[in-house]
Write a protein that binds this ligand. Structure first.
Ligand SMILES: C[S@@+](CC[C@H](N)C(=O)[O-])C[C@H]1O[C@@H](n2cnc3c(N)ncnc32)[C@H](O)[C@@H]1O
Length: 279
């Protein structure tokens, strides 16, 4: 049977040959999962000999990774803002850029603030569950048109003891909620154009739900629907945050020009990423 270092080297070269993203990291994460070790501990255990059951489990995961399936789906979890979220092919894998929206909220609201919010297009519940966890006096609506996504979001809310303060709503962005009831709307809507979708990597387009990614020919259709909805349902002075595509800043500014304090915030890599506005 191979040692940890041998199986890692073999897997890395196979992944490299198939041009799978991050071959070394992928191999390490999958093997660490099979051996129930952290990535760091795995590197300390490089001479450990694997059992045949361990080799078999690893090879099953490796075969799937070789097709381009994302590591997060293979492991069934993804970390978001320090919390572990269950993920599978029913939901978008939460991205690090989206975590930056939470940092902006932490600057805006005290930990003990009491507010009512909606996460439009909640997917795995990454935003809604994180907000409910960080602000224990908040209550929120986790909205998604996909019933399957809402099942995943509910599981994550239960896992992080946030389910009692979240209501899971199966609705379209276009549906009207009760007017002027919300203090905050957060959203990471689909914002990829049809053309961009055709050019996305196989690891994204081949595995993540199209419904979570594509917003129509211009990529702005969901944001436009959300802006109309947000104008109705936010209280005067209510806050709005939406993630956008990095080239959509000018369109977002125009869309929110009648709102107060519309700003487009840049992400850590300097790209325009979040539109923030006040009703
Ligand atoms: C980009 S994903 C965001 C998921 C999660 N909020 C995150 O940041 O990881 C967009 C989500 O919007 C949902 N969605 C797409 N169209 C919708 C619509 N018309 N009404 C409500 N939700 C929609 C998708 O099902 C998907 O879960």
């Amino acid at each position: 049977m191979p040692s940890v270092i041998q199986i890692l080297q073999q897997a890395e070269s196979l992944l490299l040959e198939r041009r799978v993203d991050s071959p070394r990291l992928s191999a390490q994460l999958l093997l660490a999962n099979v051996l129930h070790l952290s990535r760091l501990d795995l590197l300390f255990a490089k001479d450990q000999i694997l059992s045949s059951a361990q080799v078999q489990s690893f090879n099953c995961l490796l075969d799937r990774r070789l097709t381009g399936e994302p590591v997060a789906y293979l492991l069934g979890t993804k970390e978001f803002f320090g919390l572990s979220f269950s993920v599978d092919s029913r939901v978008l894998i939460p991205r690090p850029e989206t975590e930056e929206m939470i940092e902006h909220l932490q600057k805006l609201f005290a930990t003990d603030a009491s507010f009512f919010f909606a996460d439009l297009g909640t997917g795995s519940g990454a935003l809604a569950v994180t907000i409910a966890s960080l602000f224990p006096h908040s209550r929120g609506l986790a909205v998604d048109i996909s019933l399957e996504a809402l099942d995943v979001a509910r599981t994550n809310a239960l896992q992080h003891n946030a389910a009692s303060r979240l209501l899971f709503v199966n609705a379209d962005f276009l549906d009207s909620f009760k007017s002027e009831t919300l203090d905050l709307i957060v959203t990471n809507p689909p914002y990829v154009t049809e053309d961009e979708y055709a050019a996305l990597s196989h690891e994204v387009a081949g595995f993540e739900p199209r419904l979570a990614l594509v917003s129509g020919p211009k990529g702005l259709e969901c944001l436009q629907a959300i802006e109309r909805c947000a104008r109705m349902v936010l209280k005067p002075g209510g806050r709005f945050f939406a993630e956008i595509g990095y080239l959509q800043g000018p369109d977002a500014r125009e869309l929110f020009c009648s709102w107060s304090a519309c700003t487009v915030l840049r992400d850590l890599s300097g790209k325009e990423r979040i539109v923030s506005a006040v009703k």
